[in-house]
Design a protein around this ligand. Structure first.
Ligand SMILES: [Zn+2]
Length: 87
């Protein structure tokens, strides 16, 4: 298969990084289309979380909205651990 990359139209920004209080470091956040939340790609905590909001100043609705939009636009999608399976 030919894997042509056609992503030169608009310069895509990198993933949106927020401080994750559970990973205790800055992590890229991805959008979870199943829940409609932005979530830490490391531990899966969402931007609805109290501590995540506090650490990132997301109690400001305008800022939260802007961050969530940026996450969606970054194209990074949160993928959970998949369906429950043994192991
Ligand atoms: Zn995390």
């Amino acid at each position: 298969m030919d894997r042509t990359i056609k992503k030169r139209k608009s310069q895509r920004q990198g993933p949106v990084e927020l401080f994750c209080p559970y990973c205790d470091r800055t992590m890229p956040y991805g959008y979870d289309p199943a829940l409609g939340y932005c979530r830490c790609t490391g531990c899966g905590v969402s931007t609805e979380d109290f501590h995540t909001r506090t650490k990132n100043g997301l109690w400001d609705p305008q800022k939260k909205d802007a961050v969530e939009r940026a996450v969606v636009e970054s194209g990074l999608v949160y993928r959970g651990k998949g369906k429950r399976s043994k192991g």
